[in-house]
Design a protein around this ligand. Structure first.
Ligand SMILES: N[C@@H](CCC(=O)N[C@@H](CS)C(=O)NCC(=O)O)C(=O)O
Length: 222
């Protein structure tokens, strides 16, 4: 049975930078499920029209098509119950909702303020540029060129947003405790997006956050 993940790519087709796709790549690794990826660009809407919407990740699991990272994670949890649980017990699953809301409402916007111009000027495929500029400038109510002068301020705000993560990782190896779970995948996705797209390094080589990111990857042999 073939398992295919449509995965956001930059100009270089091996440059995979979507926070939501990273969640699912780690979730698939957690469930020990092999898969292939298809490089997808923002304007390749036709290529995923079969999923009934226009965003990635889209997972094609044999005959089943699932779009939206949360739905994919829930699908994997229900359909592959014999593999390690993604969410843990019901209280952990409930706490993971808080992590998701924090990541999407605090962390993602903080990362975007730093890396949006880097994505636009340095990472995107040429064919995506007009679409990206149009959608992002409308969403943010400002021009892409106006982000760069505020970069230092944006980096400081991102650092402040990361303070609770640093505190947590000073107390335990992973957000979920002794081993990574979907809560770690969510936050890893956001910071992998940040780390890969930022033209200037965001973390020092000995940063606790980088150690944790490496530990998440190595927990899955990645
Ligand atoms: N709620 C969706 C969000 C997915 C999403 O926003 N994906 C971005 C890539 S990171 C995308 O495909 N954007 C397409 C677009 O902006 O047109 C999920 O959790 O999967």
């Amino acid at each position: 049975m073939k398992r295919i993940l449509y995965d956001l790519a930059g100009e270089d087709e091996n440059f995979r930078f979507s926070p939501y796709c990273w969640r699912i790549k780690l979730a698939l690794a957690h469930k020990n499920l092999p898969y292939e990826t298809v490089a997808w660009r923002f304007t390749d809407k036709d290529a995923i029209a079969f999923s009934g919407q226009g965003k990635v990740p889209v997972l094609v699991d044999g005959e089943t098509v699932v779009a939206d990272s949360q739905k994919i994670a829930e699908y994997l949890e229900v359909n592959y119950p014999n593999e390690a649980s993604l969410f843990g017990d019901p209280p952990s699953r409930a706490l993971t909702q808080f992590i998701r809301a924090w990541a999407e409402q605090v962390l993602h916007p903080a990362v975007a303020r730093v890396v949006l111009p880097d994505i636009f000027f340095h990472r995107l495929h040429e064919k995506d540029k007009a679409y990206f500029r149009d959608t992002r400038e409308r969403a943010w109510g400002m021009r892409i060129e106006d982000f760069a002068p505020k970069r230092a301020e944006a980096v400081a705000a991102l650092e402040a947003a990361l303070a609770p993560l640093r505190t947590t990782l000073g107390l335990q190896n992973f957000i979920a405790g002794a081993a990574p779970s979907y809560a770690d995948h969510i936050v890893f996705g956001a910071l992998q997006w940040a780390r890969l797209t930022s033209v200037q390094p965001l973390f020092a080589a000995d940063d606790l956050i980088l150690d944790w990111m490496h530990a998440v990857l190595s927990a899955y042999g990645l």
